[in-house]
Unconditional design. Structure first.
Length: 366
């Protein structure tokens, strides 16, 4: 990783801490994802990393027409950006059903998909659709072993038949996310996907043999979507790859995406020998996962010591110079998705200079 890749030509006027998205790197990451997938029409990416309409517009311009989201705010943002196909990849219950249907009806030019993993969810969604006089496509959320949501693999056939038989709903296929698979070795990572995938295919074949079409199969996340790229007639669903982060860059180095977002911060104190403090606390950079919350690419030997709400203390090895008070320091977050959600807007840079701002439109839950 080039240590000066993120430093702007002139950052003196930028208040810190500030999140910066690097448009050139994002475009290159998107092109790489398209190449891996074998075409933009096979990608069904998640928007939860960025939550920005400008990203949707950029990726639509690069041929991507299908998007996935987790919140109703994200759904509204993607629909407002004109996406032709949008999946709300989150179970619907309570008032969220009515809000989902209202958004669907407000954007008749887009196909809006729901998902479900339980009879109770299907029944509630069906009743609301019948009352509203609409039909919506519903995907079965598949538990690929993550045990977060999803229908058990051995229950998929029965569940698919049930969706196909329920009034107001149209069975639209399978959504299969495997976020628990993230082996650093790509061969081990892909091998880990096979057992569940073969059972999913068996369920798909059984449904089709019983005259229940399975028009869509959406597979994987950022670490595993390359494993599915050679599978015929499936969609691939990465999310973080377009912006990437230090965590994935270290964990899945084989994928060769480049972190395309950084936080600019400043040194505000030299509290003790060998220590320097940044104005970058966990209210500006994600506090998950456990461990280091970011890296300083220009100071590979610096180690984080302690972080609080607005401060981050680092240590340099004996004999190494620490940055001067007031110096700008660029930090790559370990986890970009929740980091982005901490900011109302990001600066956008291209060619080493700030070119504008993008609003993190869907960061709030209405």
């Amino acid at each position: 990783m080039q240590k000066d890749l993120y430093r702007l030509k002139d950052d003196r006027g930028i208040a810190s801490p500030q999140l910066i998205y690097y448009e050139d790197l994002i475009r290159e990451n998107t092109r790489r994802a398209v190449d891996i997938a074998g075409g933009a029409d096979r990608l069904w990416p998640h928007v939860k990393t960025h939550k920005m309409a400008e990203m949707i517009t950029m990726q639509r311009g690069m041929g991507i027409s299908r998007f996935k989201c987790a919140t109703l705010s994200e759904l509204a943002m993607v629909l407002q950006a004109g996406a032709p196909h949008v999946l709300l990849a989150y179970p619907l219950y309570g008032p969220n059903i009515a809000r989902f249907l209202a958004l669907k009806q407000a954007y008749p030019g887009s196909v809006v998909y729901a998902l479900a993993d339980a009879r109770e969810g299907l029944d509630a969604l069906s009743a609301a659709c019948v009352q509203a006089g609409v039909r919506i496509p519903v995907l079965a959320d598949v538990n690929m072993g993550m045990n977060r949501t999803g229908v058990a693999l051995d229950e998929l056939v029965d569940f698919g038949r049930r969706v196909a038989a329920v009034r107001g709903l149209v069975f639209a296929g399978f959504h299969a996310y495997d976020g628990h698979i993230g082996h650093p070795d790509p061969d081990e990572r892909c091998a880990a996907t096979r057992p569940a995938l073969e059972r999913l295919y068996a369920a798909r074949d059984a449904l089709m043999h019983s005259s229940v079409p399975v028009p869509n199969v959406i597979l994987g996340g950022s670490p595993t979507f390359p494993c599915y790229a050679k599978e015929p007639s499936v969609y691939l669903s990465p999310g973080t790859v377009f912006v990437w982060d230090a965590g994935y860059a270290q964990k899945c180095a084989d994928l060769l995406f480049v972190p395309a977002a950084a936080l600019i911060s400043r040194v505000i104190s030299h509290p003790a020998p060998g220590l320097f403090t940044l104005d970058l606390g966990y209210k500006a950079i994600a506090s998950d996962p456990k461990g280091a919350r970011g890296i300083i690419p220009a100071m590979q030997d610096a180690e984080p010591v302690a972080q609080s709400e607005e401060h981050w203390v680092w240590r340099v090895p004996d004999g190494h110079a620490r940055p001067a008070l007031g110096d700008t320091v660029y930090v790559l977050p370990t986890h970009i998705c929740p980091t982005t959600a901490l900011h109302k807007q990001v600066l956008v840079a291209s060619g080493g200079a700030v070119t504008g701002t993008w609003r993190v439109a869907a960061r709030d839950r209405d």
